[in-house]
Design a protein around this ligand. Structure first.
Ligand code: GLY
Ligand code: MN
Ligand code: MN
Length: 259
């Protein structure tokens, strides 16, 4: 019954993100886009599970940005981390999409890296794997992507061991989700990371954030912040995503925004 309620919360949240993708246009204010989300939440008798983040352009690099008071600009991405709770059960979704409906080559290249990292992390959410395995899988893909794009230089093993990737990825890849968005439950057990069990719910939320003033990277990358977040139920054979009612692939997002 709890999982059914979380599926309903996720469906409503996905509908809210879909509406935001369809509503956004250059010149709109971040709070106006937030209002589109709140309309869907409220219409369904829901409240936000947490303070909605609607960050255009470099505001996406501020992890807990909640001011939502700036203009959304042509050529920028907007990162929305927002979701509702339904009958006390939370959901938690992030999508990042172009304000003008079309990803630039740099935005798309970075987005593809994060999506690939998310798919690897999702694949690691399975019974018996430790809580940290999705994070480790996501980090490895993203570091390789940063190397391939020339945003980082050096040796992948050394970058992972030293955690120097934290310049661009400074948060974890997931947390328990339930009656709270960061739900109760230990992450460690018996001295190690806890293993996944069927019925657990976890978020999978890799991202990359290139600070606007980061002079260690080519100017074309600066100020881009992207996160992709979905919610997964651990099953006997892997995991089931409950938040894919809103598209995540760049071409599907662009198609939805064109429609
Ligand atoms: N929206 C809070 C989080 O993603 O953890
Ligand atoms: Mn989350
Ligand atoms: Mn979130």
């Amino acid at each position: 019954q709890e999982l059914e309620l979380m599926q309903i919360a996720s469906d409503i949240s996905a509908e809210a993100h879909t509406r935001a993708m369809q509503a956004v246009k250059p010149g709109m204010m971040e709070y106006a886009l937030e209002a589109e989300l709140n309309y869907i939440f409220g219409k369904n008798g829901c409240v936000p599970s947490y303070n909605s983040i609607v960050g255009g352009g470099e505001n996406a690099c501020i992890l807990h940005y909640v001011e939502n008071d700036q203009e959304l600009k042509d050529g920028d991405l907007v990162l929305i981390d927002a979701a509702c709770e339904y009958q006390l059960y939370a959901s938690d979704i992030t999508r990042t999409f172009p304000v003008n409906g079309k990803f630039s080559p740099e935005q798309k290249a970075l987005y593809e890296v994060i999506l690939k990292a998310q798919l690897a992390a999702i694949d690691a959410v399975r019974v018996g794997n430790s809580y940290k395995e999705p994070h480790n899988a996501a980090v490895r893909i993203m570091v390789q992507g940063l190397l391939d794009l020339g945003i980082m230089q050096g040796d992948i093993e050394q970058i992972i061991a030293s955690e120097s990737y934290r310049q661009f990825y400074m948060h974890g890849t997931g947390h328990w989700l339930g009656m709270d968005v960061h739900d109760v439950g230990s992450y460690k057990q018996g001295g190690g990371w806890r293993a996944y069990e069927a019925g657990m719910v976890v978020t999978v939320e890799p991202g990359l954030y290139i600070a606007p003033d980061d002079e260690t990277v080519d100017a074309k990358w600066r100020g881009i912040g992207i996160r992709i977040e979905d919610d997964a139920i651990v099953t006997d054979s892997g995991c089931e995503l409950i938040t894919r009612g809103v598209p995540v692939a760049p071409d599907e997002i662009e198609a939805l925004m064109r429609a």
